[in-house]
Design a protein around this ligand. Structure first.
Ligand code: FES
Ligand code: MG
Length: 577
């Protein structure tokens, strides 16, 4: 039995629909214009179904149908659904990078909820930056909200081999350049690597963020691992629709869910899954919106004793479809339970412990026991040193262990175009010990902190059999990527961080065990270089890019806009009706 804290008269939407004044006449008559009658909405929670469906986003094409299934649940539970489209961040298509637009989706979500007669929200999305953006906005608005994750697509298939999104693209591209497969083979893979709607089905950023969102408490139990094409996905959508109506009556808001313990649960899940480095940036942004203190050190601290127990590519062998058959996120969290705060409340209205009670693992080679972990600890690590005073990130679980401790000479690329022009030059002065360094890939330099961090291995080394090298940048890396890539170097080169001062030939020392990243250049020499350093101009003089360039924060703060953090100023007033 739902504990009702709200009444029909205290619903936010009552101010639009319930009162007897001139404006309410307009709201009601215009709702009737859509064919609804007064009994469709009167006395009911109005639920905004925020839908990132778009034909420019292949990962979300099923969300038009899923929104209908969500609405069915809302009607059943006595709510009134209003579907509202929001910008869709389609990772395969958008340039320069979806990360540039995450904050715009967050602003759109917050303002859609604020400006309209909404009591609670269902957030539909999944492709990398969509759930981060949707939830950032919902956290700031702090109305009851539940996430319907888009779900992973089916396994890829090519000549009887299983293909994983992204990861196998990088792998076979390198194979083709090395002469291992033909161009005809490569073309044939196009047909088999994306076989259904849904998100990338490796533990890339999408699967990471869907899973982490569940661990944080924002989906129904088990929702995040259901394949998009499984009929259970539609049933989950309907169940989420039913649930949000009760959440409104219970007045269960994001601020009731987002505690330091909930963030720790999410970070534990990120580490235990071998999740994307992007998860760090998005969790920092959510925490900044929620006013929950969180810094990079916390990630490193929790990584140190969280075992990597999800055997999913790119860190492991299998795919999200297998993870679902193995018991999915509930089984995974149950295995991690000794490290979690089980009393944390979730959108279910119960606790995380209740949500995972009785969960079983059916395929123990996919969801592993802690003593069989792929890696006992440290699936992600935070590095500091004179090259990254405010931190950098590496995913040791997806890097050749031989490179976890490495000293080598830098080969510096001043920006992406410089790298693209020279990387495959047969005359390039490079060996397997060289450290590839890319500048101008950060939040401002990219701009938008593009996923350029997995710099390609130079072709001449590929032909020698080299498959991993130390690479360093202020950019990000796709969650489907792998390799000894040091990412998110902060402060970024564009604003004059020490990365800007590195020159070809400087010795760079990486030590994952010690969590250090240094260039072996004297302070006096660095001071000389700094005095001679000149900033590049920001490329945007108008438009959203202009706003972005003025307000985006560095990666250690989650790349949110400074004015959108909880501590930016007094709360935004509710609209006057
Ligand atoms: Fe959409 Fe990977 S491209 S989830
Ligand atoms: Mg991605």
């Amino acid at each position: 039995m739902t504990m009702r804290r709200k009444t029909a008269e205290t619903l936010r939407s009552y101010r639009w629909y319930g009162v007897q004044d001139l404006r309410a006449f307009g709201h009601r008559s215009r709702t009737k214009q859509m064919g609804f009658a007064r009994q469709d909405w009167a006395g009911k929670p109005v639920i905004g179904v925020i839908n990132t469906w778009s034909e420019a986003n292949p990962c979300h094409v099923h969300l038009r149908q899923r929104a209908e299934e969500v609405k069915r649940g809302i009607w059943q539970a006595g709510g009134f659904p209003l579907e509202m489209p929001a910008m869709s961040l389609g990772e395969p298509m958008m340039k320069p990078t979806t990360m540039m637009y995450r904050n715009l989706l967050a602003m759109e979500t917050e303002e859609l909820l604020r400006a309209n007669p909404i009591d609670g929200a269902v957030l539909l999305g999944g492709c990398d930056k969509n759930i981060p953006g949707l939830l950032m906005g919902a956290i700031s608005m702090n109305l009851p909200a539940i996430v319907v994750p888009a779900g992973p697509m089916l396994r890829g298939n090519w000549r009887g081999k299983t293909l994983g999104s992204g990861s196998d693209v990088w792998k076979y591209w390198a194979e083709m350049k090395a002469g291992g497969i033909s161009e005809a083979d490569w073309d044939e893979m196009e047909d088999g690597i994306a076989r259904s709607f849904g998100t990338c089905m490796v533990m890339g950023t999408a699967a990471t963020m869907m899973s982490v969102t569940e661990a944080l408490g924002f989906t129904l139990p088990g929702a995040s691992s259901i394949p998009a094409a499984d009929s259970g996905h539609a049933r989950m959508a309907t169940e989420s629709g039913r649930r949000i109506v009760d959440m409104v009556w219970e007045d269960l808001k994001p601020s009731d869910i987002l505690s330091p313990a909930a963030f720790d649960n999410a970070i534990r899940a990120l580490m235990g899954l071998g999740g994307s480095t992007n998860g760090i940036v998005h969790l920092l942004a959510w925490a900044g919106r929620a006013g929950v203190p969180l810094d990079l050190e916390r990630f490193d601290r929790l990584a140190r004793d969280t075992p990597l127990i999800a055997n999913i590519r790119p860190a492991g062998q299998h795919l999200m479809e297998d993870f679902f058959y193995a018991g999915g996120m509930r089984a995974f969290l149950a295995k991690l339970a000794p490290l979690l705060t089980l009393s944390a409340p979730t959108v279910s209205g119960k606790t995380l412990g209740d949500d995972i009670a009785g969960a079983e693992t059916f395929l123990p080679e996919i969801i592993l026991d802690a003593d069989k972990a792929l890696k006992a600890d440290g699936s992600l690590a935070v590095l500091k040193g004179n090259l990254a005073p405010d931190g950098a990130v590496i995913k040791p679980a997806a890097a050749d262990p031989r490179l976890h401790r490495h000293v080598g000479p830098a080969l510096v690329f001043d920006d992406y175009n410089d790298m693209a022009a020279r990387i495959d030059d047969p005359a390039l002065d490079v060996t397997a010990d060289t450290v590839l360094v890319l500048k101008q890939a950060g939040p401002l330099g990219g701009p938008g902190m593009p996923e350029w961090g997995m710099l390609p291995i130079p072709q001449k080394l590929l032909k020698q059999g080299v498959r991993d090298m130390v690479r360093i940048s202020d950019g990000r890396m796709s969650g489907t990527s792998y390799g000894a890539c040091v990412l998110h170097v902060t402060p970024e080169s564009h604003v004059g961080g020490p990365l800007a001062l590195v020159r070809t030939g400087d010795l760079i020392a990486l030590d994952v065990e010690k969590r250090s990243l240094d260039m072996q250049v004297s302070d006096a020499e660095l001071a000389r270089r700094r005095a001679a350093w000149k900033a590049r101009p920001v490329i945007y003089e108008r438009g959203y890019g202009w706003l972005f360039a003025r307000h985006v924060q560095q990666a250690d703060k989650g790349c949110d806009f400074d004015f959108l953090r909880r501590d930016a100023g007094a709360p935004v007033p509710e609209p006057e009706i």
